[in-house]
Design a binder for this molecule. Structure first.
Ligand code: NI
Ligand code: MN
Length: 221
C-alpha cells in the first residue's frame, strides 16, 4: 500500500502508511510547489546533492519534524552535520537499511554544489516497490545496470540544460526498463520548460508506461 505524492521539481513524498520519506524538498521559492515547507511531514529526508533546488527546505523540515536527513557522507559533513540536524549517511554503491526497507545510493553525473561531494540518485525499496529517484543527472550507460533491479517507478529529470532532456531521458528509459516512468525537474524555471505530455507519449510509443503528475497529485503504486 504505497503512495507517491508529487510536490514538484525533484520533491516527492513516499508513504507506505507507516513511514514518510521526502526527497529533495525545494518548496520555499518554488512557485510550482504543491505544499508549504512548514506543513510537510517527514520521517526521513533524502537529499541527492548540494544544489539549493535540492537541499531546499531540508534543514528547516528536519528541525521542525525531527526527521533524519539521509545523504552522502560528504554532503552531511559539508552541510547537514554542521546544521545540527540528525543525519544518516551512505555513499555511492552502498545500501542503507531503513525502517521502511532500504535505500541504495546510485551514481549520478552532475555537480554537487559542495566541494568533494558527489551527486547521487537513490533506489528505494519500500512497501514492496522499488523506486528509482535519479536526482540530477546526465544520461549514462550505468543506467543499463538498473534493468536488473526491476524498477517499479523511475523518477527521471527531463528539464534539459542542467540535466537530461526529454530525448536522453527516453534513452534512459530504454536502459532502465522500469514499469512506470514519472518525469520530474522541468518547468520550475524558464530554461527547463518542457512538454511532459509529449515525453510521456514518446515513452509509451517505445513500449513503456509513463505518467505525468500535476503538483499535489498522488499515485497508488
Ligand atoms: Ni543540481
Ligand atoms: Mn537541480
Amino acid at each position: 500500500h504505497m503512495k507517491l505524492h508529487v510536490l514538484r521539481h525533484a520533491c516527492f513524498l513516499l508513504d507506505d502508511g507507516t513511514h514518510k520519506v521526502l526527497t529533495d524538498p525545494f518548496l520555499t521559492g518554488n512557485a510550482l510547489a504543491a505544499a508549504a515547507a512548514d506543513q510537510v511531514e517527514a520521517d526521513f529526508i533524502f537529499v541527492t546533492h548540494g544544489h539549493s533546488d535540492h537541499t531546499g527546505d531540508a534543514q528547516a523540515i528536519a528541525q521542525r519534524t525531527g526527521a533524519t536527513v539521509c545523504c552522502t557522507v560528504d554532503l552531511a559533513d559539508g552541510v547537514f552535520g554542521p546544521a545540527g540536524v540528525r543525519v544518516q549517511v551512505g555513499n555511492l554503491g552502498g545500501t542503507i537499511p531503513m525502517p521502511f526497507g532500504s535505500a541504495k545510493f546510485f551514481q549520478a553525473i552532475h555537480g554537487s554544489g559542495v566541494p568533494g561531494c558527489l551527486s547521487c540518485g537513490f533506489i528505494f525499496e519500500m512497501g514492496g516497490k522499488k523506486i528509482y529517484h535519479a536526482g540530477d543527472t546526465a544520461l549514462m550507460t550505468d543506467m543499463a545496470l538498473l534493468a536488473e533491479e526491476d524498477i517499479d517507478v523511475a523518477l527521471l529529470p527531463i528539464g534539459d540544460v542542467f540535466t537530461m532532456g526529454p530525448a536522453d531521458a527516453l534513452r534512459a528509459v530504454k536502459m532502465i526498463r522500469p514499469k512506470l516512468v514519472v518525469p520530474m525537474h522541468y518547468d520550475t524555471f524558464p530554461p527547463i520548460a518542457q512538454d511532459p505530455a509529449a515525453f510521456a507519449d514518446a515513452v509509451q510509443a517505445a513500449g513503456f508506461q509513463a505518467k505525468v503528475l500535476r503538483p499535489g497529485e498522488s499515485l497508488e503504486l
